[in-house]
Design a protein around this ligand. Sequence first.
Ligand code: NI
Length: 171
Amino acid sequence: MIREIVKYPNPVLVQQTAPVEKFDEELQQLVDDMFESMYAVEGVGLAAPQIGLKLRLAVIDVTVGKNPEARLVLANPEITHSEGEQREEEGCLSLPGFRGFVLRPKFVSVRAQNATGETWEMRGEGLLARAFCHEIDHLYGVLFINHLSMLKRDLIRRRIRKLQKAGDWPK
Ligand code: NI
C-alpha cells in the first residue's frame, strides 16, 4: 500500500523517534509499504517520519528497484564509522523540487537491524554513504536543508511559503 509522504514543514519530521522493538508481521508490512511508496516516486531512501511515524526505521535502495539485493532495511541504525568527504547535490521526498549541495563523508559504515530483527553491518561509499547519512538524519529530525547555508535555507523556506499561499504546498 502506498503511504502519503509528508512534506516539510510538517512537525512529524522533527519529532523524536522511538526504537523499533517488535519485529513482527506488521513491521514487515510497513517495510513493504515504505519500499512501494519510495519506488512510486523514484526515491532512493525513505524514513518512517516521512510517512508520519515516530519510529527509528528507514529503507534505502540506491538502484531504485532495479536490483532486489540492494534493498536495505534500517531498523535502529547507527553510524559506526565514517571517513573522507563528498559534496554532491541532495534532495528529499519531503521537499520535492528542492535540491542543495551537502557535504557528507565519502565512506560510512552502518550497523542496523533488518525487518526480522537480525543485525547487519555494511560499509557504503558515494551515494550509499550519502543515503545512510540522509536517512539516519531523518530519524533525529534533521533534514538536508539543515546542512545548507542560512541564506540558501531561507531562500527555500520563502519559496515554500509562496507555494503555500498559492495552495500548491501543504501547510
Ligand atoms: Ni529525505
